[in-house]
Design a protein around this ligand. Structure first.
Ligand code: ADP
Ligand code: ZN
Ligand code: ZN
Length: 721
């Protein structure tokens, strides 16, 4: 006889609670229940049998059970797993899984009318037309029916009054259902077909294995993974397609709809709450067959998940940087294992981690080395800025200018890429040397001329561009913009190519999904000749007339101490140049660089990712860097530097060092202050086979409690430093 239950609440507490159950209660793990917490009532999830040690008299009772689907055991296991691995409170992880757990019954059902078969007492011409239109027996809204029959809605009301029509309530249409596996199957080429067959076999066998689908940009990887999805649909299992960014979902939603006849469910933060609740319920009931979503879609309560696709798997946006700090690609592999579902990681430029896993046989490796349909990869030219410097105050060197001009003259499109928002990254007073810095962060303010403001890219602080130097009073002519941002390249492009229709794509200018969609459509339809953009334009988009991509500053990402700098830069530049020549005409890419001999530049030029990966993997292996060794970062923050430092030092003092597991730091984080909080960092380095989460848990068990305004962020397997 069960008299108690353990309940996990979606809050930042590192524990669950035991509640008593009324006699005869049917509550099972996974049920969503209401319980008292202090004076509040809260929704939580029945998690286990409850603590037998607590005297029954001390227990408060579960106050209710929601009429919502029970969460499957594998989802509960997944939440526990992510919590343990990331060292985040399980309640914080559960919170993600409950984001759509709301009653959808509350939604007003759509009202519609339908014929009853009765004749009205009096028949008129208008009434006849209405009844003819409704004769198919389908329910439709009053307005639709009146419009179809060409009458006023009063006529419809009259027929309702006389019982010839009846009002019915339509349940909302299910989301992401009615997909047909063979709706519009493409004819695959040989490479594609072989890969698709291998993936489909894995889906059929419910093999909990991971595939790396690597193929150049435009190889037709999407077509291939949709065939694997078709196989899951045939088996009646569900499919999750994860994307790194909301901006990419539109294109993939459209492709799923084209391939399977109906759109899939969509899951990310900008989907309306009610629609999210229905998608959540649809995944739980099994009605929703495919979901395309951002990383949090991993926590949807799928009834029978049969396949997970992680598209653009190398993208660091898969890493969530707030608690729980988790990497959706890595957690997808875990979720797949718990669901007996294969996971397919997809990229033209895989992460070093996935490449190594493929090479050691841990993942199955599939290669699509050529573009689909005989298209060629863009020819890449390196522009040596030391030999071909741009004019003073300009950033587009003569060879790039010439290439853009030729492209525009041929009636084709060009893209200039600079991964830096705003007009200039630094503003300087030429009289006194004053530099404009953020009052809250150790960072320069970036001039955004479009908004006429100086902006901090770390905390969002902004102020109007001042009319004079605040330090020496020199007037605004003395204030110099130093270095280029994307807005400045836009101005330069407008001056060089005054007849070109220009668009700027940057997250602070192209605000909102609608605007983004409109801009992408304008580019795809060639309503724009020249695009100037940040990394917003690099991913996944298909612009058929785009034949030239110019990278304004190829060296931008290489100057940092981050061990992943070369990998990141290679991925970014290969992706962005890969936008060129996806249509019928061949494309070209130009990369402006001060270091054309750099391995990244050489690999890009030769389309030789193999040697790049080989060299990079060797270097990582030699230095025991991930994935050959493991790392975690612990970031201590506080409003006062001394407070953060002394806590970090107290952590270091109790570090249970072993010859293998080493502590680096504490030291100031690369950005020492953000939002007025000082940041002190400790890094743990350990051999590959270490249970790093377990080790850190043991370490922190002997740490002092966090007091006052101190915070501690733990990042296991950080993606950037
Ligand atoms: P990737 O995802 O590898 O960048 P896509 O799947 O987007 O490549 O394919 C590139 C282009 O080629 C798309 O326009 C796609 O529709 C087309 N394509 C790829 N494979 C096929 C195929 N088997 N049949 C018809 N068109 C295809
Ligand atoms: Zn000054
Ligand atoms: Zn700031």
């Amino acid at each position: 006889m069960k008299d108690r239950v353990e309940v996990l609440l979606p809050v930042a507490l590192d524990r669950s609670f035991t509640y008593s159950l009324p006699e005869g209660s049917e509550i099972e793990p996974g049920d969503i229940v209401e319980v008292p917490l202090g004076r509040r009532a809260m929704a939580g999830v029945a998690w286990g049998p409850g603590d037998p040690e607590v005297p029954a008299a001390k227990l408060k009772p579960v106050s209710g059970v929601f009429d919502l689907p029970r969460l499957a055991p594998e989802l509960l296991k997944f939440v526990d797993w992510v919590s343990r691995y990331t060292l985040s409170p399980a309640g914080m992880v559960l919170r993600i899984a409950m984001r759509g757990a709301r009653h959808v019954g509350d939604e007003p059902a759509k009202r519609a009318v339908r014929t009853t078969g009765e004749e009205p007492r009096r028949m008129t011409e208008a009434r006849r037309r209405v009844l003819d239109a409704a004769a198919d027996g389908m329910a439709r809204s009053k307005a639709d029916l009146a419009r179809e029959a060409g009458v006023s809605s009063g006529v419809v009301d009259g027929l309702i009054g006389e019982g010839a029509l009846t009002v019915v309530e339509l349940p909302p249409e299910p989301i992401g259902s009615g997909l047909v596996p063979n709706y519009a199957a493409p004819k695959l080429n040989e490479d594609q077909a072989l890969t698709a067959q291998a993936l489909a076999a894995s889906v059929r066998e419910k093999a909990a294995e991971t595939h790396l689908l690597e193929g150049v940009t435009g190889a037709g990887k999407t077509e291939v993974y949709l065939e694997a999805a078709a196989e899951a649909l045939r088996m009646g299992r569900q499919v999750l397609i994860l994307l790194p960014e909301i901006a990419l979902t539109r294109a993939v939603l459209d492709r799923v709809a084209k391939r399977f006849g109906e759109p899939p469910g969509e899951w990310h933060s900008t989907v309306a709450p009610r629609r999210r609740a229905r998608t959540w319920a649809g995944t739980a009931s099994g009605e929703t067959q495919i979901v395309v979503g951002a990383r949090s879609a991993l926590f949807l309560p799928f009834r029978d998940l049969g396949l997970i696709i992680v598209d653009e798997e190398h993208d660091t946006a898969f890493k969530q940087d707030d608690t729980p700090i988790y990497h959706a690609r890595d957690m997808a592999v875990v979720r797949g294992r718990l669901s007996n579902a294969p996971v397919v990681l997809v990229s033209a430029t895989p992460s070093i981690e996935s490449r190594v896993n493929a090479e050691t046989g841990r993942y199955k490796h599939h290669l699509l080395p050529e573009r689909y349909g005989g298209r060629t990869l863009p020819e890449i030219g390196l522009i040596d800025l030391r030999m071909n410097p741009p004019q003073r105050g300009r950033w587009i060197a003569p060879p790039l200018e010439k290439a853009v001009r030729e492209t525009l003259e041929r009636g084709e499109q060009a893209l200039l890429f600079l991964n830096r928002r705003g007009f200039a990254p630094l503003t300087l007073c030429r009289s006194c040397g004053h530099r404009f810095a953020c009052p809250n962060c150790t960072a320069w303010l970036v001039e955004h001329r479009f908004r006429n403001q100086l902006v901090c890219h770390h905390c969002g602080h902004h102020e109007p561009v001042p009319p004079a130097c605040p330090k020496c009073g020199a007037d605004s002519e003395k204030l110099a913009a130093v270095g280029p941002g994307v807005e400045r390249i836009r101005d330069e492009a407008a001056a060089l190519f005054p007849d070109a229709r220009l668009a700027v794509l940057s997250s602070d200018i192209t605000v909102g999904a609608e605007r983004m969609r409109a801009e992408l459509t304008a580019i795809a339809e060639h309503a724009v000749d020249l695009v100037v953009g940040t990394q917003l334009v690099t991913k996944g988009h298909n612009f058929p007339d785009l034949t030239l991509v110019g990278v304004v500053d190829g060296d931008l990402g290489l100057g940092t101490a981050d061990p992943r700098a070369a990998e990141r830069t290679f991925q970014l530049l290969e992706q962005v140049t890969g936008r060129a020549g996806r249509g019928d005409r061949p494309g070209r890419g130009f990369v402006q660089t001060h270091d054309p001999g750099h391995p990244v530049m050489q690999a890009l030029k030769a389309h030789d990712s193999e040697s790049f990966y080989a060299a990079e993997i060797n270097a990582r292996s030699d230095a025991a860097l991930p994935p050959f060794g493991r790392m975690a970062s612990l970031l201590v923050t506080a409003p006062a530097r001394a407070e953060a430092e002394s806590y970090a030092r107290s952590l270091a003092r109790v570090f249970p060092g072993t010859p293998d597991i080493r502590l680096l730091g504490p030291a100031e984080a690369p950005i020492a202050v953000i939002r007025g909080r000082h940041r002190i960092r400790l890094i743990v380095k350990a051999p590959r086979a270490t249970d790093l989460s377990g080790f850190i848990r043991g370490w922190l068990a002997s740490a002092l409690p966090l007091r006052g305004a101190l915070t501690l962020h733990i990042d296991v397997d950080p993606v950037s430093f």
